[in-house]
Unconditional design. Structure first.
Length: 204
């Protein structure tokens, strides 16, 4: 009986042990023989992008330089100023330009002066606003006439001599009639320069 029971237990134990099938572990040699899975990473390829900027047009051809002649110099420059500085080279110019007063000269032009006991005033014999004759020549625009009246004399010297040495040169057409007084010794140089400065302002 006991032997029989042992036999049954043995059979049960064997049966229990055989019920589970163990999965065999792969050997090291088998693991090494499995093919390796290689992952190939596809290299990213960049598609070339065409430029999007608009091409710059070529620089325009420079405009030709205008060929028209420059504007001519004004033609209405008074003749007295057309050739260099007025009275250039005249020895009386410096004193008149730097020391004389046209305002004083204007007052003197209208002032009565005694010349050898006779009363005279420039305004009595000369127009200041016209070239027309009064007793003597009108003095408007004497500035320009003085430039060429006596050869070799500048305009300042000509007017100076016409006052101080009035009989040295007599304008054509005035040889007869009342003679202009000689103001040498009556007017000093400073007064004559003032008169010259004023007379040069008498322009149209």
């Amino acid at each position: 009986m006991i032997k029989r029971l042992l036999s049954v237990l043995t059979v049960l134990m064997v049966a229990t042990a055989c019920g589970t099938v163990a999965t065999p572990e792969p050997s090291v040699s088998e693991a090494n023989t499995q093919p390796a899975v290689t992952q190939v990473a596809a290299a990213a390829t960049k598609t070339p992008v065409p430029p999007t900027s608009t091409p710059v047009p070529p620089t325009a051809t420079p405009t030709a330089v205008p060929t028209e002649a420059p504007t001519a110099a004004p033609t209405d420059v008074p003749a007295a100023q057309s050739s260099g500085e007025y009275g250039e080279g005249d020895p009386q110019k410096f004193a008149v330009d730097n020391f004389a007063s046209a305002e004083r000269g204007k007052a003197l032009f209208n002032q009565t002066l005694d010349v050898d006991g006779v009363e005279w005033a420039c305004a009595t014999c000369h127009n200041y606003d016209s070239e027309e004759t009064k007793i003597g020549p009108g003095l408007l625009n004497v500035r320009n006439r003085a430039l060429t009246r006596v050869e070799g004399q500048g305009p300042y010297t000509y007017i100076y001599n016409s006052i101080i040495h009035s009989q040295d040169y007599i304008v054509t057409g005035y040889e007869e009639g009342t003679k202009m007084p000689i103001y040498e010794g009556v007017l000093n140089n400073s007064q004559v320069y003032d008169l010259i400065a004023y007379l040069l302002t008498l322009v149209p």
